[in-house]
Write a protein that binds this ligand. Structure first.
Ligand code: FES
Length: 188
C-alpha cells in the first residue's frame, strides 16, 4: 500500500473530502475564467462595433454640416456679391446669372479680403491685391485668383460644399454654377 493511500485511509473524513473536492474546485475555477474571458471578448467586440458606428454617424454629420444652403436662385440678382458668414465665403452672382462661392482668404499671405461695392471688386487690406467678382486677380502681389467652393443648384436652391477650397490658375466658366447646366438641377 502506498504512503498516500495509508494517509487517506487513516485521515479524518473531512480531510479526505477536501482532497476529493480539489479537482472539481479547479474545474469550476477554470470554467469561471473561461466564461469571464468570453464575456470580456464579447464586451470588447461590442465596444468596437459601437465606436465604428459612432465614427460613421459623425462623418455623415460632418459631411452634412459642410454643405451650406444659401437660399433660392431668385433671391440673388446678377452682378451682386453677398457675404455668407456661416460659410466664410462670398456668393458672387455673376452678370450672366451664374454663381460662384469665393473664399475670403487672400491668395498672397492669407489676409481676409472684403467686397468693395463702389469699385465692384474684392480688396485685400494687407498689401492691396484686388480681384474681380469672379475672383480673378486684378492687382498683385497675390499670385493667383481667389480659391472657390463647388456650387450646386438643386430645384432652384443654391448649395455650397465648403469641405475643400479649390485652387485655380484662371477663371473658367465651369467653375460657376447656373440653372441651365445639366449638373445644376432643374429650372424652377
Ligand atoms: S495678404 Fe493679401 S495682398 Fe498680401
Amino acid at each position: 500500500m502506498t504512503k498516500e493511500k495509508m494517509v487517506e485511509q487513516h485521515a479524518p473524513p473531512h480531510v479526505a473530502n477536501e482532497t476529493i473536492a480539489q479537482p472539481s474546485r479547479r474545474r469550476f475555477l477554470n470554467r469561471l475564467w473561461a466564461i469571464l474571458g468570453l464575456a470580456a471578448v464579447a464586451e470588447f467586440c461590442w465596444l468596437a462595433v459601437s465606436f465604428l458606428d459612432f465614427r460613421k454617424e459623425r462623418n455623415q454629420h460632418d459631411k452634412t454640416q459642410r454643405i451650406i444652403t444659401v437660399g433660392a436662385v431668385d433671391h440673388y440678382k446678377p452682378a451682386t456679391v453677398t457675404a455668407i458668414p456661416q460659410g466664410a465665403f462670398y456668393l458672387s452672382c455673376l452678370s450672366d446669372g451664374s454663381f460662384m462661392a469665393l473664399s475670403q482668404t487672400c491668395t498672397h499671405l492669407g489676409c481676409s479680403i472684403h467686397w468693395d461695392e463702389e469699385k465692384q471688386q474684392f480688396a485685400c487690406p494687407c498689401h492691396g491685391s484686388t480681384f474681380n467678382p469672379a475672383g480673378e486677380l486684378i492687382t498683385s502681389p497675390a499670385p493667383r485668383p481667389l480659391d472657390y467652393y463647388p456650387v450646386r443648384i438643386e430645384d432652384g436652391i443654391i448649395k455650397v460644399d465648403i469641405s475643400t477650397a479649390l485652387r485655380r490658375e484662371r477663371f473658367e466658366s465651369e467653375q460657376a454654377a447656373r440653372l441651365d447646366h445639366p449638373m445644376d438641377g432643374k429650372r424652377s
